[in-house]
Design a protein. Structure first.
Length: 292
């Protein structure tokens, strides 16, 4: 079985829900406390053993490339001033054994199309997809969500997608799966549909932004037509895969923050600030002092 070597990060979206903050800055660079969203996702992939990061970018995304590149001037300045801890922090963003590749998605044709732009960089192997909008935290002391999925993939040998249960009135925001129980926290997927109405949803199990996908998915995306919202959907590519191969849905251990929405972004900010080693304690006292 192939090891998972490559992670694809679709980051070409316009981020209109966060205007005006995203007028000139990519939404993936918005920070939760002191780290941009994209960094949380890249660290998750790195911790899961992945070393090749592929970013599917678009216009206005240059700062993502800079973020994972060597910052020569900053580093020599910090070095000259003896700011060793900060220097190490800056250098840790681009570990020597991590490779970053950037490919442009020239037109916003959907998530399926974005992933297809990375096909030639995935070496014919299964690969991971991480949506940085979904900030995922594993359980305290346990493996992160993608690592859990890699472990499931290593047992099963086929595609694995992360799912969580959502309220019925939220199903129209997600890819929704249904299937039969097949091991702990696992379902063998029989149906998957993008953004169904509550009446048409086959379940309340929603796809979270983490996938491990067989290379065959590309063939299906290439063949399929436009799906929900007039876009080329990754979900439809996975639906195509179901005819030929097993796909498992994995109910992850941990928590997802929907940082594509203002509420989710604020929840992540508050909860991660409370966990932060530097500011957590004083921030907790501050929150307690508020007359809410
Ligand atoms: C995308 C996927 C959807 C998935 C969701 C998770 O939707 O198309 O299937 O459930 O991410 O966040 P988007 O949030 O881009 O509309």
């Amino acid at each position: 079985m192939n090891k998972i070597n490559t992670a694809v990060f679709p980051v070409a979206g316009l981020g209109t829900r966060f205007l005006p903050a995203t007028k000139a800055n990519p939404k993936e660079m918005l920070p939760i406390v002191d780290k941009p969203l994209i960094q949380y996702a890249v660290e998750e992939a790195y911790e899961a053993g992945i070393r090749h990061m592929v970013f599917v970018t678009g216009r206005n995304k240059r700062s993502i490339e800079d973020h994972f590149d060597t910052a020569y001037e900053l580093e020599s300045e910090l070095e000259a001033n003896g700011k060793t801890a900060m220097l190490e922090l800056v250098r840790s963003l681009a570990p020597a054994d991590m490779d970053c590749t950037y490919v442009r998605q020239a037109r916003a044709l959907g998530l399926g199309h974005a992933v297809l732009c990375a096909e030639h960089l995935t070496n014919g192997e299964p690969f991971a997809v991480l949506l940085a909008d979904d900030l995922m935290q594993g359980e305290a002391g346990g493996p992160n969500v993608l690592k859990q999925m890699v472990q499931a993939y290593e047992r099963l040998g086929n595609s694995v997608i992360a799912v969580q249960e959502v309220p019925l009135d939220h199903v129209k925001r997600y890819g929704i799966v249904a299937g039969v129980a097949d091991g702990e926290r696992l379902l063998k997927v029989q149906h998957i549909v993008e953004k169904p109405s509550p009446e048409k949803a086959p379940s309340r199990l929603a796809v979270a932004g983490r996938y491990i996908l067989s290379h065959a998915v590309f063939g299906h995306i290439r063949k399929q037509g436009k799906g929900a919202g007039g876009e080329l959907q990754l979900t439809d590519g996975i639906a195509g895969l179901l005819a030929d191969e097993a796909v498992h849905a994995y109910t992850y251990l941990g928590k997802r923050y929907d940082c594509g929405s203002k509420e989710g972004f604020l929840e992540a900010t508050i909860e991660l600030a409370l966990q932060h080693p530097e500011v957590g304690e004083s921030f907790r006292s501050y929150l307690k002092s508020l007359q809410l």
